[in-house]
Structures are given as C-alpha cells and as structure tokens.
Design a protein around this ligand. Structure first.
Ligand SMILES: O=P(O)(O)OC[C@H]1O[C@H](O[C@H]2O[C@H](CO)[C@@H](O)[C@H](O)[C@H]2O)[C@H](O)[C@@H](O)[C@@H]1O
Ligand SMILES: O=c1ccn([C@@H]2O[C@H](COP(=O)(O)OP(=O)(O)O)[C@@H](O)[C@H]2O)c(=O)[nH]1
Length: 849
C-alpha cells in the first residue's frame, strides 16, 4: 500500500525515500552523540536505582514495590529527556508535539496514601514499543490502571504523572468493567484474534453487548475530552489499539483539522469475522475518521480495507479507503523494538551476574524459553503439550532440556483468563509429575513478570525460544530474544500466526501452533541444529531487528501522517469545491430561462444497497428507478415554464421512458445518441457511419464474465455494452474486471475504434464519439431550435457524471455536498455563469413546502 502515491508538488518537503535516508542519518548522528542525553541508560547511573514514588507533598523512601520493569521505566522518562537533549544538540527548531493516546499509560499507579502514589511500569508489547519512541516531544494520555473516585487522589495522581509527561483519563469501576473487561477484552480481543467466545459465554455476551458497546463509546469520548483539553494546534494525535476505535471520530467531531492517526496492535481479522460484530459498521466508520490508519502487516491492512468495501460498500484503493472524496490512508507499519537498549543491557554487570547464575543453574541442559502474557492468544497450553510430546518421543532428551515459561498475569478480572491460569497449572503439574525426577523438573513455570535485566539475561542464555501464539499482532518477545542472542545464536521457533512471522520468518522455524506434532518436531530440529545453520538464521533476523526499530516505526508513522495531511490538502484542491448552494438558489430564483441537465444513474436514482447482498434474480428488480422522494419536486420543476430539464443518461430509451414517460422534460438516452423532447418521439443524434462491428465479439466476452461472476450482469444498448458488477462481491468483481479488460484489449477491440470506460463497478465499451460531452452540443441545438427561444438561457446547471473524452465544453466543476458525485457546469458563451445543485434545489423545495 505505501509507495503508490500521487504526485507531490514542491510544497511537499521530501520524498519518502529522502525522508528515510534523512532519518537514518539523524539516527547515526544521535548514536554518536549519546552523552548529550542525560537520562539515557549508562549516562546517569543514579537512574538505575531511583525510586518511583510520587506524592503531592512528599517523596517517599525506597519502600516501593519493585516495578514490573524498572529499566523500561527509565526509558519512559527518556521520552522527555531525549527530546530535550536532542534539541540542544542539533539546534533544531522545537519538535512537533505528539499526543500518544492509548488505553494504558506506560505506568500504572498504586495508591500509597490519600495523596501519594507510586508508579510502576505497565506490562505488554504496546508499552515496550512506545517506550522506544524518543524522537518526538511526546505526551501520553491514558488510563493509569486504577480507580480514583476522589478529587484529592485525582489531583495527586495527575501531578505525579505529569512528571512523566503522562496525562490520566479517569475511568470509574463500572466503565472499566463494561468497556475494558467487557467490550475490549471479552468481545473485540477474542474476535480480532479469531478465537470464538466460549460456548457458555455466548448468550450472556450477546445479551450484554449493547450496554458494553455503549460503555465503550462513552469511554472513548472520555479519552477524547482529555485529548481536546490538552491539544494545541499543530499537534499530532496518535491513537492506539482496539480500545480506542471510536476516538478518531470523537476527535474529528471536535476539530476536523486535528491530525489524527490510529494504529492497531492486534491483528485485524478477515472481513468475514468482523462482519459478525453487531457494531461492525460503527467501528469501521469511526476509525475511518482518522487521516492515517496503520497495521503491523499488509494482511491486516488488506482485511481492514476489505471490511470497509464489503461491509460499508466503500471504495478500496491502493492508497486506502475512499468515502465521498475523502481518503483515509491505510498502510502497514511493522513495529520494532529499541534493539540497542537490549544489546547494551547485556553488558551491564548486573545482567552479566544473572547470566552467570543462570548458566550455573542449568549447566548440562539446553534451555528453552517461553515469555508470554498469560493470554489465550499466546497458545501456552499448546506449547506445553508440544513439549510433552517431544519428551515422550525423545527419551534421551528428558534430562538434557528444560522449558522455562514466564507467564505474566494479565486481565485477571476476566473469567476466561482465570480459567486459562488453572488449565495451564494443571497441564504443567501433570507433565512435571510424569517426567520430573527428585532433583529436576522439565518445566519451570512462573506466573509472574521479570524485571528487564533478568529478562535480558534469560534471553541471552536461551538455546531455543518458543513462541506459539495462536494469533498475535506482532509479538515483540521474538524480537527481543533475537536482539539478545548475538553471541549464542540460538534458534527461534515462531508461530506462523504471529505478525512477526512475516519479518522473522526467514530466520525462524515457522510452525502451526495448533499442530502439536509439528511443534514437537520443530523442537527436535532446533535442539539439533548445526552451528552454521543457526548462525545463518540468526544473522538474518538480527539484521532485521536492529534495522527496524520502534523508533523507525514511530517516525515513519508520524511523518506518513504529516504527509497524508499535505496530500489531502493537494487532493482537496483537485476535488471540485463545494457548491455555494445559497448563491446558486438565489441566482436560480432571479433567472428567467433555465436549463437543468441531469444525469440519471446515481444522480436521481434510489441508493444502491450494500454490495454483495443481492441475489441474481433481484438484479432485474434493481433496474434503475427514480428516487421516490424526487418525483413530486421533479414534476413541479418540469411544469415551470421558465425551466427546461434534460435527463442525459447512459441508459437506454426504455429505461428512461419507464421512469420519465410522464414528465414534461427532455430525455437523452445512450449518452445523448437518442433524444426525445417532452412527450414527443425519439430521434437520433447519432453520428453517421457509427461503426458497431465490434459489438458481437465484445458481447461474447461479457457473457463469459457474467457467467463466471455471480451477481454481475451486462446490458446491451444500441450504441454501447456495459458489464456491471455492482451487486457482485466487490473484490472478486474488481479482479474479474481487470481480467475482462485484458481479454478485450488483446482480442475483440484491439483494432476497433472504441472507447473503454472503466466505472467504479462497471466496464463500458462504446464507439468512439459516443460521449455525453459530444452529444450536448447537438442536444442544446435541438432544444434552442425547438423552443424558438426569445429569452436567452440565463442559467445552466448540470449534475451527473459528464466528464469524459471529448467533453470540450466543460467549463467548471462543483462537488455536490454529501454525494460522491461531481457536477460539471457548462458555460458556452451565451449561457449564464451560474450553477445550481439540482439535488439541493429539490431538497430546498421539499423543505419549504
Ligand atoms: O494492557 P493489557 O490489557 O494488560 O494488555 C497488554 C497489551 O497487549 C496487547 O499487545 C499488542 O501489542 C504489541 C505491540 O504492538 C504486539 O506485539 C502484540 O502482538 C499485541 O498483542 C494489546 O494490543 C495492548 O493494547 C495491551 O496493552
Ligand atoms: O516478565 C516480563 C515479560 C514480558 N515483558 C515484556 O512484555 C512485552 C510483551 O510484548 P509482546 O508483543 O510479545 O506481546 P503482548 O503482551 O503485547 O501481547 C515484551 O516487550 C516483554 O519484554 C516484560 O517486560 N517482563
């Protein structure tokens, strides 16, 4: 998706390639100047031991609980300090402010007293990744993971968090229960990871769906309120994850000029899965309010675009999703880690000490490692069962290998997670009972997190890392493992269902985690892998991990977002401006002889149903029909002696007769090749010697594709042939259209004088010269002649799809509010200069009557 961009003009600062090169240079520069950043690791030893206690009046001693990942927490402060150091060092003008909005702040708060709080690093990949983002003047907005009902507590916490550039969103218990535990983690999370709801929960969840969804929207609005309060013009607002899918919409409602990006850290499932969500359309529309939407992989991005086309009926383009001329850019931005931080940590004395201890502890045994939140998506039971199978089949290995499984407790209030904990304990107990000895057990299972240094040491001593996620947005553990393995060159076994498989697949052993036999044999392969193969595989992945960092990820996303805004402004200049309706109506009322030229299809017709829903039999019934709401106002207009109306359409004479037979207006069928004055007979305006020899062969091609594309059909008109797939599966229809065009170009029309017009859901073949533009001169001549006009026409309005080859009397164009159509107005010399939006006029009549 990225890469296929529209032309930029000089006002766009750089190309993407230039930007990447510049970013690389800057990174190098920063690396060589690290000492300018006082709070970076290694530059200020004090930070390693600094307590993270905050109180309004007091700073308590060292009695705080050791944070989950104290080292990472230092990195959290580096977000601020790095920016400051960087500014001084490069004398750059002040940085763009970045508001990072995520459900969870990088720190969770623990209350120590009425007005005193301690802050601990929050768990999970999102936090780890964002801690690596140091380029911007970032502020974090999110939930601190705790209910603070009282004002004193809220004020104290706000102050404590402010020191870390964090801004809290206060969610009460009920909202957290419904929004976070309920809608986010019991509905969206399993759905986005292709895990159905457990049987016994299905009905209950269905019943509580609406209240949870309402809470979700309410919570998103609360986040928006906080963002709005802190927003300054020019800020970039970066919303994260499935918790905040409504946020882009809420923010744009507040200020449509806000630069809003949204990134999903989980997979986005196939549209067939997303379709099952009762709130499917609302969620998609809310996300589409963003300027840029990002995913870890191309597949997730593709699924999202596909959901928008199939569920909302919108246009998916290589750039993103288009709705009424507004493009939401959609692209893949694979996340990375701050690899330097891991590599440097391995040199620290305390990490070296841990490494030594671990080596002694597991001497003589190969170490296999799993590090996961204790979540269904991580496939921990499957992993352990595969290990059991390996031990079963390889008795020689039983006392020579150990599996260390770190299972970090998560979302412990959600019953599914509680059940998983017991299930895992039960399996581990059984296997240890089965294969353990008096002195050793094969599985060491820890229901807790490790601090950063211990984790790095563990990564470094591991022979084989086992990542068996059933689905995983990316999986940063696999990246971290690779970063810490440059001396050992251990093997990574990686689930093909983790986003990371797309980047680390070449170096890892990829497995289907559901296939226990396959995973067991991958374990054997990994443990027995020769050194040179390990080296090659590791080298490949190490290169990737160290060159695709979290910082690159964030910089790319934010610069892409900035570019998207510039491009949108350029596009807006290309899109015709909105019609000045009031002016247009006023001029209309002042004029004495008006001409309104209207298209039919998608201008005056009933809206088409969501594509892909209708069966073949219904296609006939779906023949174009005048919108019922327009019948009466159209009749009034037609009977106004000062107004002449022409319906100029690609449709054939019968369709126009059926719809407009009763109206006092002119009909121009088949792009103006046939003309019928009000209640008169049809006459032809067709150029002489129009060559139609190509029709039969094109018809064969259209028949062939109609048979093979369910719910498509074709129309044989007198001067053109149209293959239409608007009721077919959009994506399949588009593929077939591409194929059909190839058939046409290489076959029947290769030597014919025809135009091929590719519509958004159709392919039309017509003889050269059969265009509305070419016909309009003739039509106008006829009208003026027949009316013997005394008063010259002083007002012309055209609404419809009139642009095409040879439309040389086109003089200007206007966009119609709330429609994807564009209106072009014709202004030959003796005609008036004004333009009116027909639809608006009709509506105005309805309103005032
Ligand atoms: O905040 P929690 O509810 O405790 O959950 C922790 C986080 O889990 C998810 O992480 C995802 O983001 C990672 C980084 O992009 C990615 O590697 C991983 O595959 C995802 O599962 C979740 O998306 C976060 O919002 C949570 O904070
Ligand atoms: O004891 C632990 C276990 C895990 N992690 C971190 O938690 C994150 C897990 O991210 P991942 O993308 O693998 O999965 P997620 O938990 O976000 O689904 C990684 O950065 C780990 O370093 C940690 O800090 N301490």
């Amino acid at each position: 998706m990225p890469g296929n961009k529209c032309n930029r003009n000089a006002s766009v600062p750089t190309t993407r390639l230039e930007r990447l090169l510049r970013e690389r240079e800057l990174r190098e520069l920063r690396k060589s100047n690290r000492t300018f950043h006082p709070n970076e690791e290694g530059s200020d030893g004090n930070r390693e031991t600094e307590p993270y206690e905050h109180g309004l009046n007091s700073r308590e001693g060292n009695n705080c609980k050791v944070p989950y990942d104290q080292e990472s927490f230092d990195a959290a402060s580096a977000v601020r300090s790095y920016s400051e150091g960087y500014e001084r060092q490069e004398k750059r003008p002040s940085k763009q402010r970045l508001l990072v909005v995520a459900n969870r702040l990088p720190v969770s708060a623990v209350r120590r007293g009425e007005d005193s709080w301690s802050l601990e690093i929050s768990a999970g990949g999102l936090v780890s990744a964002l801690l690596g983002v140091k380029e911007f003047e970032a502020r974090w907005i999110g939930w601190a993971g705790v209910n603070v009902p009282d004002e004193v507590g809220q004020r104290a916490l706000t102050k404590a968090l402010a020191e870390k550039r964090c801004i809290p969103v206060f969610l009460d218990e009920e909202i957290v229960h419904q929004y976070y535990n309920g809608y986010c983690n019991n509905i969206l999370w399993p759905l986005f990871h292709y895990l159905g709801l457990p049987q016994e929960d299905r009905l209950a969840t269905t019943r509580s769906f609406q209240s949870q969804f309402d809470a979700y929207k309410r919570a998103n609005q609360m986040f928006a309120d906080v963002v709005n309060k802190h927003y300054e013009e020019g800020d970039v607002v970066w919303c994260h994850d499935y918790h905040l899918m409504f946020l882009p919409k809420c923010l744009k409602e507040y200020n449509r000029n806000m630069k809003v990006g949204w990134f999903l850290h989980t997979p986005f499932p196939s549209s067939e899965i997303h379709r099952t969500l009762p709130s499917r359309s609302d969620l998609l529309r809310a996300v589409l309010a963003a300027d840029l939407v990002g995913f870890h992989t191309y597949d997730y991005a593709r699924h999202f675009v596909s959901a928008c086309t199939r569920i909302l009926g919108l246009e998916g383009t290589p750039e993103g999703v288009e709705d009424q001329g507004k493009l939401t850019r959609v692209a893949a931005f694979p996340i990375g880690i701050d690899s330097d931080r891991f590599i440097r940590a391995l040199e620290l004395p305390q990490v070296q000490e841990h490494i030594k201890e671990l080596k002694e502890r597991f001497a003589g045994r190969k170490v296999m490692l799993g590090v996961d939140r204790l979540d269904m998506i991580k496939g921990i039971p499957q992993k352990i069962l595969a290990f059991e199978k390996f031990l079963e089949e390889n008795p020689d290995w039983r006392d020579k290998v150990v599996l260390l499984q770190i299972a970090v407790p998560t979302r412990t209030d959600v019953p599914e997670y509680q059940k998983l904990t017991s299930q895992v304990h039960e399996i581990v107990g059984r296997i240890n009972g089965r294969f353990g000895t008096l002195t050793a057990v094969p599985i060491h299972h820890l229901d807790r997190s490790l601090d950063f240094h211990k984790l790095c040491a563990l990564y470094a001593v591991t022979d084989v890392a086992l990542v068996t996620s059933l689905r995983d947005g990316m999986n940063l553990v696999s990246y971290e493992y690779v970063a810490c393995q440059d001396s050992k060159k251990g093997v990574l076994i990686l689930s093909e269902f983790a986003g990371a498989a797309q980047s680390l697949g070449a170096g890892a052993i990829l497995v289907n985690p559901w296939n226990i036999t396959e995973v067991a044999s991958a374990i054997g392969h990994a443990l027995n892998m020769p050194a040179d193969e390990r080296e090659k595989r590791h080298h490949h992945n190490f290169l990737h991990v160290t060159t695709h960092t979290a910082q690159d990820w964030a910089e790319t996303f934010v610069s892409e977002l900035n570019d998207t805004i510039v491009e949108a402004q350029l596009r807006t200049r290309q899109i015709p401006p909105l019609l000045p309706v009031r002016d247009a109506v006023e001029r209309y009322l002042q004029s004495r002889n008006r001409l309104l030229i209207l298209g039919f299809n998608a201008t005056l017709t009933e809206p088409v149903d969501t594509p892909g829903r209708r069966g073949g039999d219904q296609i006939k019934e779906m023949e174009l029909k005048l919108h019922p709401d327009l019948k009466e106002p159209l009749a009034i207009l037609c009977n106004d002696p000062r107004t002449t109306i022409v319906v100029l359409s690609g449709s054939n004479r019968r369709v126009l007769d059926d719809n407009f037979g009763e109206y006092n207006l002119w009909l121009a069928a088949e792009n103006g090749m046939f003309l019928r004055r009000a209640k008169g007979d049809w006459m032809t305006t067709m150029p002489e010697h129009l060559n139609m020899d190509w029709v039969d062969s094109v018809k064969h091609v259209f028949e062939y594709f109609t048979e093979r594309t369910p719910r498509s059909h074709f129309e044989l008109r007198e001067t053109s042939l149209v293959w239409n797939y608007k009721y077919a599966d959009v994506e399949f229809g588009r593929l077939q259209a591409r194929d059909l065009l190839q058939h046409l170009w290489t076959g029947p029309i290769s030597n014919s004088a025809v135009d091929v017009v590719q519509g958004s859901r159709s392919v039309e073949v017509r003889s050269v010269g059969v265009t509305k533009g070419a016909a309009i001169d003739r039509i106008l001549g006829e009208i003026i002649h027949s009316k013997c006009m005394v008063t010259p026409i002083d007002y012309v309005l055209c609404v419809g799809h009139f642009l095409g080859k040879g439309e040389n009397i086109l003089m200007g164009k206007q966009r119609i509010p709330d429609m994807s159509k564009e209106a072009w107005y014709f202004c030959p010399k003796n005609f008036a200069q004004e333009l009116l939006n027909k639809m608006e006029l009709l509506n105005a009549r309805i309103d005032t009557s």
